[in-house]
Design a protein around this ligand. Structure first.
Ligand code: NAP
Length: 461
């Protein structure tokens, strides 16, 4: 086994017949694309087929990262380059489990890598969670990012909004609620989203952490951004911040506390304040109030040691308490961790973790870590897969036929890389009437038409 000095990933022993190792990656989000990247970076004979349920690739990069985080979104360029690499094919708009089963992939590929992420929302588990006006952050994020399955959030009339949770997603949604929408105009946010954000009635956002600020999950750079929003006053009560950080407080938490102290010391709201962000810690939600729709949130103090509840009058609650993975076909699933159980990145099936099935990203680790975490995670998964190459090739049986034939036989029309490029071109045109650059297409049929009509034209050439 050799090691490629650029990637530190063991390279596959070349096969005498030069036939490539065939790897199916299920999910073309960041983890799946990074896995394809590591698999093909060393230039080995590897064929990587990326399967994606949506008509377009990039998963949470496209549909999770907030539109104003342009530096993170820029990772799409490098991901696009991976899709353009020899040995990488895209099969978007293919639902593994419905259009093709996991077993059929396992028959056709030497290895299958599950990179399906975690797209469901965790529940708080309190009464009133399903009232109109109680919206999960996952669905709000999907909407403002133009996800083709996104639904219009029930927030149109809300003036005061509670955001439950103090992770980075909570900061994202609070920022989008508070930011001057004009600042989103240069981004690819869909036009109808922009129009609705312009019409928003929101004046106050309350961000609620159930524990002390030293336990908040957000990172300092993201926290700091909230204090830099034009026309937004940040309200923090100094009394909520510990006089001395408890022993064991992490470096990130110490930095967060310093930012919060700086904000608490501000005397006056900045001139031209239009909106306010209120931060609360030690405030655990116990009930979302209302009969026909949300009218308030009942909170319990967790920092005083005494039973003490109070009601916050709000017209909407955004529940931002984390993401959950979900079941994929007959692949094992741990309902507690909402992950595919694995040992050293190999899927644990019936008490064993043999070569052939692998996991990467949130479906392996749970919904934690930033974008770059998936890059190193993918490197580790690919390292393990590489160590199995001999066994994988030795286990090859007869040829059950190619995936393209199977999908065609079933009438499945998939989106390939040129189809995705056609979507990019169509999105560039979308912005023109509004004097904007590229603007996302958020409608499923329009996305498909852009991708697949171009396939028809290409095949006729
Ligand atoms: P998260 O970081 O796990 O935060 C979840 C928050 O919800 C925590 O504050 C948690 O509090 C709270 N929570 C959980 N159950 C609750 C309950 N029943 N009642 C009240 N609060 C509850 O999850 P996330 O914000 O969804 O982020 C997921 C991952 O994506 C994170 O790794 C995040 O860093 C990453 N991300 C990164 C960026 C970025 O890099 N800019 C942007 C977005 C997301 P406890 O701690 O008390 O459980």
């Amino acid at each position: 086994m050799q090691v490629d000095p650029r990637t530190a990933v063991p390279t596959a022993t070349p096969r005498p017949d030069g036939a490539p190792l065939r790897v199916a990656v299920v999910g073309a989000g960041p983890a799946g694309i990074y896995a394809a990247d590591h698999l093909t970076a060393a230039g080995d004979p590897v064929q990587v087929d990326l399967f994606e349920r949506l008509p377009v690739p990039f998963g949470l990069l496209r549909y999770g990262v907030a539109p104003d985080h342009v530096n993170i979104k820029a990772a799409g360029r490098a991901m696009g380059a991976v899709l353009g690499r020899a040995g990488v094919r895209l099969f978007a708009h293919v639902d593994v489990g419905r259009d093709v089963t996991v077993a059929e992939l396992r028959e056709r590929y030497d290895a299958v890598v599950y990179a399906v992420g975690a797209s469901e929302d965790r529940r708080i588990g309190i009464p009133g969670e399903d009232l109109p006006g109680s919206v999960s952050a996952t669905s709000y994020v999907a909407w403002y990012n133009g996800h083709p399955e996104g639904v219009l959030p029930d927030l149109a009339t809300a003036r005061v909004v509670a955001v439950v949770g103090v992770g980075n997603v909570a900061l994202d949604v609070a920022r989008i609620l508070l930011r001057d929408p004009e600042e989103l105009s240069p981004t690819d946010v869909p036009q109808d989203v922009l129009d609705r954000l312009h019409a928003s009635a929101v004046t106050d956002v309350h961000l609620l952490g159930r524990r002390g600020p030293e336990h908040a999950k957000f990172t300092t750079k993201e926290l700091r951004e909230l204090g830099e929003l034009g026309g937004v006053a940040v309200v923090v009560d100094d009394g909520q911040l510990p006089a001395e950080p408890p022993e064991g407080t992490t470096t990130v938490a110490l930095r967060n506390l310093a930012v919060l102290r700086e904000w608490a010391a501000r005397d006056e709201p900045p001139p031209g304040t239009r909106r306010r962000l209120h931060l609360h810690f030690g405030a655990r939600p116990v009930e979302i109030l209302g009969t026909d729709r949300v009218t308030g949130l009942r909170l319990e103090r967790t920092d005083t040691g005494a039973p003490d509840t109070w009601d916050l009058p709000v017209q909407a609650v955004l529940r931002s308490v984390g993401y959950r993975g979900s079941v994929l076909g007959d692949v094992p699933f741990d309902d507690v961790t909402a992950t595919i159980p694995s040992v050293d990145s190999r899927v644990l099936r019936d008490g064993a973790a043999p070569a052939g099935e692998y996991v990467v990203g949130w479906i392996k680790r749970g919904a934690t870590g930033v974008l770059g975490t998936n890059r190193s995670d993918a490197k580790e998964t690919v390292r393990v897969l590489r160590t199995d190459v001999e066994a994988l090739l030795a286990a090859r049986t007869g040829d059950p036929g190619g995936i393209e034939e199977l999908l065609t036989e079933r009438g499945v029309r998939w989106v390939d890389v040129p189809g995705w490029q056609a979507v990019v071109a169509a999105e560039a045109l979308q912005g023109r009437p509004h004097g904007r650059g590229r603007v996302k297409i958020s409608d499923w049929d329009t996305l498909l038409a852009a991708a697949l009509d171009s396939a028809g034209e290409r095949s006729q050439r």
